[in-house]
Design a protein around this ligand. Structure first.
Ligand code: ADE
Length: 225
C-alpha cells in the first residue's frame, strides 16, 4: 500500500476527487485540513493548500512531515503558455520553477537548485492516463508566480524568459518542498485559460470543467502508482 498525497490550491480543484473518495478521516494540522481515504489499495491524503507559493510550500511540508507520502501530486488548473496548448488540454510538469524570482537566488544560494525536476515515473503514468481518457496532453515546464496572469504583455515576457507550457501559482513551491524532502513529485494541470487579456473570463467559464477533467486523471493515476 502506498501513501499518495494530492494537493490542490482551491476547494473547487479537489471537489470532484473528494466526492469520488467519499467520507474521509480529517486531520487538522497547522491550519490545513488533510482528508484521508483508502482507495483501491492505496492511502490517499488530499489537502487544499490555498492560493500561491507560501501556502503551497507550507502545506506540502506539513503533508510530508505528518504522512510521509511516497509521492506528491499537485493538481488543478493553469494558464496555457505555449501556442499549441489549448483550453482543457493537460500539461504534465517535467520541471517547475518560479517566474517571479531571479533564478540565481535559488541556484547560487540554498537550496542550490533553480529548477525542480518532476519524477519520471509519475510523468509516464500521467501520460498513460491521459491516453486512456483520450485527452490531449503536453509534457513541459510549468512556472509559478504570485499573480494570476491575464495580460498579454506579462505573458510574453514570461514566455521569452522561461518558455513554459503552463503558468500557475503553486507548482514551483510544491516542487521546491518535495526537492528538499527528496519526495517524488509531479504537477498535473488542466488548462482553464490562455493567461492573456481574456484569461480571467476564460477562467470563469472553464475552471470547473478543467478541474473535473484533471481530477479524473489524478484519481486514475493513483491506481497505477
Ligand atoms: N491558474 C489558472 N490560470 C492561471 C493564470 N492565468 N495565471 C496563474 N495561475 C493560473
Amino acid at each position: 500500500m502506498k501513501t499518495i498525497a494530492v494537493i490542490g490550491a482551491m476547494p473547487s480543484e479537489l471537489a470532484d476527487i473528494r466526492s469520488t473518495l467519499g467520507e474521509a478521516g480529517v486531520k487538522h494540522l497547522s491550519g490545513f485540513d488533510f482528508y484521508i481515504n483508502s482507495y483501491k489499495g492505496n492511502k490517499i491524503v488530499n489537502a487544499c493548500c490555498g492560493i500561491a507559493k507560501v501556502n503551497a510550500a507550507l502545506c506540502t511540508q506539513v503533508m510530508i512531515d505528518n504522512f510521509a507520502p511516497d509521492c506528491v501530486i499537485n493538481t488543478g488548473v493553469a494558464g496555457g503558455m505555449n501556442s499549441a496548448v489549448k483550453v482543457c488540454d493537460i500539461v504534465i510538469s517535467t520541471e517547475v520553477l518560479p517566474h517571479d524570482l531571479d533564478q540565481h537566488f535559488l541556484a547560487d544560494y540554498p537550496p542550490y537548485c533553480g529548477i525542480f525536476k518532476a519524477d519520471d515515473s509519475l510523468i509516464r503514468t500521467a501520460e498513460k492516463v491521459c491516453g486512456e481518457f483520450d485527452v490531449k496532453c503536453f509534457r513541459g515546464r510549468i512556472v509559478s508566480g504570485e499573480s494570476f496572469v491575464s495580460d498579454n504583455k506579462l505573458k510574453m515576457s514570461i514566455q521569452e524568459k522561461f518558455e513554459p507550457y503552463a503558468v500557475d501559482m503553486e507548482s514551483a513551491a510544491v516542487g521546491h518542498a518535495c526537492y528538499l524532502n527528496k519526495t517524488p513529485y509531479i504537477s498535473v494541470r488542466c488548462i482553464s485559460d490562455n493567461a492573456d487579456d481574456e484569461g480571467a473570463m476564460s477562467f470563469d467559464e472553464f475552471e470547473k470543467i478543467a478541474a473535473k477533467r484533471v481530477a479524473d486523471i489524478v484519481l486514475r493515476m493513483t491506481e497505477l502508482i
